[in-house]
Write a protein that binds this ligand. Structure first.
Ligand SMILES: NC(=O)c1ccc[n+]([C@@H]2O[C@H](COP(=O)([O-])OP(=O)(O)OC[C@H]3O[C@@H](n4cnc5c(N)ncnc54)[C@H](O)[C@@H]3O)[C@@H](O)[C@H]2O)c1
Length: 285
């Protein structure tokens, strides 16, 4: 029988997970506290899939079939028969813990509860439930339908069986699963944090320009994008909140101190590509 997936939070990441799940023949129950978000999310999935049809990545029939597999849910209790429920609500430990407490009561007793948190403690989220062994981190990256990697995060009490099932589901979603322990920022955000922060420090010291840093990192380092281009792509707001969360969880270790430059960018509303103004000006391009 086909695995049924529930998704709570139909924003950027929830929509992305619904997209790949439906294309990979899972049935999807998509829920958000805001009904309008669910409607917009399905519209966005439709738009992205059409682009894939135009690029001959999927057929028109694949798209039509996939869209029929996505069920818009306006009542969270309708996720009670799902085999796995992905949580993709805002990055706030209290909101996530309250939600997991609720999901623990609603979900089938064998269901896996997976959080897509970027940095928060999976162990702490799992502690809000009576079955922490069934709670796991499944950290997808944006845009979900394009990025291969998923970090499978083992909370303190996550069972080996849950880890195995989560990795298998990630592979069935067409992803490359990498397992990691529950440490602030896991692997990718932990490694990218100093990549961004050191670039920001060099900029703060007026050692050179940001364009030059990006150019050298790409040309001599072989990176596809420079740190400033990447921060603009991720969103300076998202990147700063990741930095702040890691700093908090590392007991304010000065090595992880977030950058004032980035903080000011966010205060000035310079989020990056998404609003056309960040370290670079995308209006002119
Ligand atoms: N955006 C990224 O690049 C990215 C990448 C990896 C992981 N993440 C993580 O994924 C999660 C979601 O991020 P996003 O960018 O999709 O956020 P988003 O703001 O686009 O979407 C969050 C959605 O959650 C809904 N929501 C809030 N509280 C809810 C609740 N109690 N019940 C149901 N729905 C609720 C909101 O209405 C909103 O539609 C966060 O934990 C974030 O850290 C984000």
């Amino acid at each position: 029988m086909a695995i049924s997936i529930g998704i709570v939070g139909a924003g950027t990441m929830g929509a992305g997970i619904a997209h790949i799940a439906a294309l990979n023949k899972f049935t999807v129950s998509l829920y958000d506290i805001n009904d309008e978000v669910i409607r917009r999310s399905v519209e966005k999935i439709n738009f992205e899939m059409k682009r894939s049809v135009d690029k001959n990545k999927i057929s028109d029939d694949d798209m039509k079939q996939a869209l029929t597999r996505i069920k818009k849910r306006t009542n969270i209790n309708d996720l009670d028969t799902c085999d796995i429920i992905f949580e993709a609500v805002l990055e706030d430990i209290k909101v996530k813990k309250d939600l997991f407490k609720k999901l623990d009561q609603i979900a089938h007793h064998t269901a896996i509860l997976a959080t897509n948190t970027s940095t928060l403690s999976v162990t702490s989220i799992a502690a809000a439930t009576k079955k922490p062994e069934r709670v796991v981190g499944m950290h997808f990256f944006n845009p979900v339908h394009e990025i291969q990697l998923v970090e499978i995060v083992k909370g303190e009490r996550t069972s080996d069986e849950t880890m195995k099932s989560a990795a298998a589901i990630a592979e069935q979603l067409g992803k490359k699963a990498v397992q990691t322990k529950d440490t602030p920022g896991y692997i990718v955000n932990r490694v990218s944090h100093p990549f961004y922060n050191e670039a920001l420090k060099i900029l703060g010291e007026n050692a050179t320009t940001l364009e030059e840093i990006d150019r050298i990192v790409k040309k001599s380092g072989g990176f596809k994008m420079g740190p400033f281009e990447l921060m603009d792509l991720t969103g300076n707001d998202v990147s700063l909140s990741v930095a702040e969360s890691i700093y908090e969880q590392m007991y304010h270790d000065p090595r992880f101190q977030p950058s004032r430059i980035q903080k000011q960018m966010v205060e000035a509303g310079m989020f990056g590509k998404k609003n056309k103004l960040g370290f670079y000006n995308y209006e002119e391009k």
